[in-house]
Design a binder for this molecule. Sequence first.
Ligand code: SF4
Ligand code: SF4
Length: 477
Amino acid sequence: MTTDDLYQIDEEYRNSIATVDQQGKRIWVYPKKPTGNFHTWRIVVTTFLLGVLFTGPFIKIGGQPFLLLNIFERKFVVLGQAFWPQDFVLLAITLITFFVFIILFTVVFGRVWCGWMCPQTLFMEMVFRKIEYAIEGDAAAQRRLDKAPWDSEKLVKKVGKHFIFLLISLLIAHTVMAYLIGIEKTWSIIQHSPSENLAGFLGLIAFTGVFYGVYARFREQACIAVCPYGRLQGVLLIKDSIVVAYDWLRGEPRSHLKKKKTEVKTGDCIDCKLCVHVCPTGIDIRQGTQLECVNCTACIDACDEVMLKIGKPKGLIRFASYNSIKDGIQKIITPRVIGYSAVLVLLLGVLSFTLATRTDVETTMLKVPGTLYQRSTDGYITNLYNVEFINKTFESISLEVKIESPATATLERADGKNIIIPEEGMVKGIFFIRIPEADVTNARTAVKVGIYQQGKRIETLKVKFIGPVGRSTDLKR
Ligand code: SF4
Ligand code: SF4
C-alpha cells in the first residue's frame, strides 16, 4: 500500500461539517490568531479593498456615482454611466460573462476569491475577528472567558466588543445603503428625524441587524451553509485546480517529533495540529480539499512556521493542485479551462459589441392597440402609433424623428421637429404616419423611421403600416 493509498482511506468526515456535532449542535470555532507572510499580504489586500469599498460612495465620475445599484428605482450607475431596465439584455450578458469568468477562475485557482476578496471573509477575519483578539485575547483566552462566570471583567469585555461590533455593522449598513440609494440620500436620512424617512431608517436598522448577526454569531456558517458559490465548489473544482492543499506524500505518515527521532520512517507532519487550530472554518486540511475551505491561507502560514522551527522546507501545506502533488506536474491548461476560456472570449465579444452599439436613447414605436387604419378624403391612409423615448443619460437630449422609407410617407406632428427628452426622463406621445393610398400596395407596409441626434442617425425603427389592400408581406418590427 502506498502513502497515497493510506491517505485516501477514510472520507467519512465529508458526510458532516466540522462545525456541527453528532447531535446537530453548533461547535463554536475559536481559531488561533494567524500570523505569517500570507497573513501580512492579506492585511495589505484587505486594507486596499475595504478602502475602495468605503470610499466608493464618495467617488464621482462626471458628477455621477462610481457605482450605484438603486434596485428600488431600477436605476444603475457603473463608472458614471447610467443603465436602466431597458438595458436588461446588456445586464444579462454582463452577468453571464461574470459567472463564466468566476467559473473559469475557480477551475484554475479554486476558492481564492473567498479568502482574499469576499467582503464576508474580509470583514469577519480581518476586522471583527481582529477586534475580538484585541479585546478577548487569542483562542485559548477566548475559550476561558466564555467558560468563566459573569464577573465585571467578562461583562466589560463582552459589552465592549459587541458595542464595537454594532458600530462597525452600522458603518457597513450605511455604506451599503449609499451604494443602493446614493450618498446624498443616505446623508439626508442621517441628518433628519427617522419619522421623516421611515423606510430608509428602517432599512438601515435592518441592514445593521443583519450584519451584526452575521459577524457576531453566524460567522463562518455564511460561507459553509449559505453561500451559493461555496456550494458550487463541488462541481467547479477539478484535480488540477490550484487550492490550499496538504502535501500528503511529504507529510505522511504523520507523527510527533519524538517518534521522528526513532528509526521509524515518518513524514514531515509532526501532527502539531496548528493548521487545524488556526482554521476559521474548523477543518483539518490534511484530510484533503473540503467544501468548507475558503483558501484563507492561515494554515499555510501556521505550518510554514512549524517547518522552519523543525528545520524542514516550507510548503508542506501550500497552493497546489491534487494532481501536482500526486504526479509532480502542475497543469493549468486543461480541456475544461480551454472550453470555459472559449466561451468567455465569445461572451466578451458579444458584451463589447452590445456596449459599443448601446445608444443614449431608447425608442419604442408601436401601433396603438385596437386601431386599424384611417382613409382621409385627400387620398391618404393614416396609422396611429404610441411612441416612447427614454433618455438614459444625465443630460437632456434633443431628437428629430424622420421617415426614411417609403419616400412618400410622412410623419404627422413630429416630422423634422425637435423633441426634447429631459435627463433621465421619458417622453411619450402619439404620432401619425400617412402614406398616399396609391403607394399602399400591401395590407402591411414596412416603414423605416430614423431617430436623429444632432443630425446623426442614432436609431432606426421598422414599424408596420396597415393598409386596405393586398396580402401581407413578411414584415418584422
Ligand atoms: S483549511 Fe486552511 S485555507 Fe482552508 S479555511 Fe482552513 S485555514 Fe483557511
Ligand atoms: S501545521 Fe503542519 S506539521 Fe502541524 S499538523 Fe498541520 S500539517 Fe502537520
